[in-house]
Design a protein around this ligand. Sequence first.
Ligand code: E4P
Length: 217
Amino acid sequence: MKFFVDSADVDAIAELNDIGIVDGVTTNPSLILKSGRDITEVTREICEMVDGPVSAEVVALEADAMIAEGRKLAAIAENICIKLPMTLDGLKACKALTGEGYKTNVTLCFSANQALLAAKAGATYISPFIGRLDDLNIDGMELIGDIRTIYDNYDFDTQILAASIRSANHMKEAALIGADVATAPPGVIKAMAGHVLTDKGLEAFLKDWEKTGQKIL
Ligand code: E4P
């Protein structure tokens, strides 16, 4: 499973990117707001840092305007992936931009039928929002499973990008169910590394090592 960082915080992305586990980045208008930065500037900086697709989202609602915004965003860097909302206009823009050779990410997906339509429109990625479904007591992970089945039934190339991830457990479940990619906030990715037994074990090993009086370096 590929890991995307769901953030427009350059320092937080850099910290994970330096470890070597980042395959891409996703942003959205709310994350740009949170960054306090200009969309073009911050997106360019992220694109220069990360070796992988960086999703930048259009804000127009009508297909022609989405296409124009998408082309403008794509001009920021070669690794831009144009993020489009899951609407009929978004699908139309997706089909056109994919036809022009751009990478596309259809976002705000909450049903298997929406994912089926995005695949028909040639989307590079479909972003089902797990956390926002869970917030409504609807099993977001079940949606990922349904999309996996549908895409595999017809060999669609569209990749499932599990989004709106809220916990390390979501990451494990997305991987088990066969999501191609998961995008998560930096804190969630970092939390995946933690385990109380790792901490306890390390503490005990270091205590014993001290008693040996030896040094490796
Ligand atoms: C995905 O591309 C979105 O930016 C993101 O995952 C939304 O997450 P949220 O529901 O936590 O805002």
